[in-house]
Design a protein around this ligand. Structure first.
Ligand code: ADP
Ligand code: ADP
Ligand code: ZN
Length: 214
């Protein structure tokens, strides 16, 4: 099963993608996590990506597309994957389609997690991220057992720099300009599925399970 997650920053794409990946035993591929891992390891790609991410801008397509195409061609993706945070622009979506087409393949579902802008700032300021394993938590809606420590791997959690309100505003406007058009794009392809992301995490996941089938 090949799935992409659409939705504003903070809509809950990562939270749901992790659960999908666990239930269907497919890799969860988050471009944001890949960039953050590169920043942490001080790679060339990380240095380039950071300058965009810090400003709430998208990393250019030429730094993003090949990385994802290489990743989905790895062996563990043979039975499918859930892409979280990619594609984020029409050229990225077209490049993904081309890459799949050359393998005689295509996406199964584009799940759009809908959350209005007014809920997003609150979600983001309460988000705590594990930069080691990619898990995310929320100080109210999804608490860790021990404050500030990842339940999954024991690393210390952080408030991402780009989750501060000024940057979140910028990211939201970038989302509306560059990413929201993908909803139309995948609607035309007939694979879009909408879920109400304002429900609690469990209810959102149940809605997704209804779409994908047990
Ligand atoms: P969120 O989950 O809150 O939407 P991500 O972790 O997906 O945030 O992304 C963080 C940042 O990484 C983005 O603001 C952007 O700068 C960069 N990024 C992630 N994925 C992409 C992509 N597909 N294209 C361009 N930039 C990306
Ligand atoms: P995205 O990957 O779309 O940026 P995340 O999955 O990281 O979003 O979720 C953003 C923040 O909101 C996190 O702190 C997460 O714990 C929290 N969150 C996710 N889904 C829900 C939900 N349905 N209700 C309340 N909070 C949520
Ligand atoms: Zn962790």
């Amino acid at each position: 099963m090949k799935i992409i997650m659409l939705g504003a920053p903070g809509a809950g794409k990562g939270t749901q993608a992790q659960r999908i990946a666990a239930k269907w035993n497919i890799p969860h591929i988050s471009t944001g996590d890949i960039f953050r891992a590169n920043i942490k390891n001080g790679t060339e790609l990380g240095k380039k990506a950071k300058s965009y991410m810090d400003q709430g801008l998208l990393v250019p397509d030429e730094l993003t597309v090949d990385l994802v195409v290489d990743r989905i061609n790895q062996e563990d993706c043979a039975n499918g994957y859930v892409l979280d945070g990619f594609p984020r622009t029409i050229p990225q979506a077209e490049a993904l389609d081309e890459a799949l087409k050359s393998l005689n393949d295509s996406l199964d579902y584009a799940i759009n997690v809908e959350v209005p802008d007014e809920n997003i700032i609150n979600r983001m300021s309460g988000r705590r991220a594990c930069l080691s394993c990619g898990a995310t938590y929320h100080i109210v809606y999804n608490k860790t057992k021990t404050e500030g420590i990842c339940d999954k791997c024991g690393s210390e959690l952080v408030l991402r720099d780009d989750d501060k309100p000024e940057t979140v505003q910028k990211r939201l406007s970038v989302y509306h300009d560059q990413t929201q058009p993908l909803i139309d794009y995948y609607t035309k392809k007939g694979i879009i599925k909408e879920v109400d992301g304002t429900l609690d995490m469990e209810a959102v996941f149940n809605a997704i399970v209804d779409i994908l089938g047990e």
